[in-house]
Write a protein that binds this ligand. Structure first.
Ligand code: PMP
Length: 293
């Protein structure tokens, strides 16, 4: 497949590869009408997908959660993802993958015959800016007012969009969410804190997305003997944390050094963050080397 320009990359719509500006979805698609669908963003570095199996597992889980049959097995998904990466105009790519419940009459009930819409497109993957990694980023907090199935990666993102905009309006990088005084996650990231040398993060519940990057970070903490625990985190603990981190496939691991205008810990990325950043980067390099071998 030929590689296309950044302004008009090759995308895949229902199995057909075509330039983005030629891809069309009917207005009766339930993704458009109801936000009835799920998605993934799979990072690829130097054209190697990163933790593809984990993303496909989560996709399968999200599809099951919205009662939509998975249209492909993992082998077929891997083939489609690799084809999109190969034809992308960038070496580092985030593959956006969306599955909706297809077109039908505008009725809430599922259509009798479901022909899902399957769409994949490459997004430029910008590594976090050097200054953000070195100095950390600022975040604000907000009440988590999203629905109660935030463990499903659905395209109905209005709650996340409105909450994210609060941090944009405040000139900050992320909105950290608290539900009734308990930490859930960021609008597009998971959150971990460090208190007294221990890395803490909330358990997996229906109220937050099981992040792939978060999973990598916990694996690395385990592998490198870094003290860690998974348990509910109260707002008071968040505000008193020595370090706060956010993780996502596009941000990787970033330190939050300012929360609601107050410095977190010393106001600089902390020592445990620095250590995790080193081991995360080593791990990423090792995965990439193994992929090329
Ligand atoms: N929570 C939410 C709400 C997200 O949108 C994301 C980004 N997909 C994450 C957490 C982090 O997940 P991942 O590490 O798999 O990108």
């Amino acid at each position: 497949m030929t590689r296309a320009g950044a302004a008009n990359p090759i995308v895949c719509l229902n199995g057909e590869f075509l330039p983005l500006d030629q891809a069309r979805v009917p207005v009766m698609d339930r993704g458009f009408l109801f936000g009835d669908g799920v998605y993934e963003v799979i990072p690829a570095y130097d054209r190697q997908p990163f933790r593809l199996a984990g993303h496909l597992r989560r996709l399968d889980r999200s599809l099951a959660g919205i009662r939509l049959a998975n249209p492909h097995d993992d082998g077929k998904w891997a083939e489609l993802v690799r084809a999109v990466i190969e034809s992308a105009p960038w070496d580092d790519v985030g593959v956006l993958l969306q599955v909706t419940r297809g077109s039908g009459p505008r009725e809430h009930a599922f259509p009798a015959q479901v022909m899902p819409t399957v769409f994949l497109m490459p997004l430029a993957l910008q590594p976090p800016e050097q200054v953000a990694v070195a100095r950390g980023v600022a975040a604000v907090t907000a009440q988590d007012n999203r629905w109660l199935r935030c463990d499903l990666k659905t395209i109905s993102l209005l709650g996340n969009v409105l909450l994210r905009q609060l941090s944009v309006d405040a000139g900050c990088a992320e909105t950290i969410l608290l539900r009734d005084g308990w930490l859930t996650e960021g609008t597009a990231s998971n959150v971990l804190i460090v208190r007294d040398g221990v890395l803490l993060t909330p358990p997996e519940t229906p109220l937050l997305l099981p992040g792939i990057t978060h999973e990598v970070v916990l694996e690395l903490a385990r592998a490198h003997g870094m003290a860690h625990a998974t348990r509910p985190i109260h707002e008071d603990e968040l505000r008193a944390a020595d370090e706060i981190w956010i993780t996502s496939s596009t941000k990787e691991v970033l330190a939050v050094t300012c929360l609601d205008g107050h410095p977190v810990g010393t106001g600089r990325p902390g020592p445990i963050f620095q250590r995790m950043l080193r081991v995360y980067r080593e791990y990423k390099r090792a995965v990439m080397r193994a992929g090329r071998a």
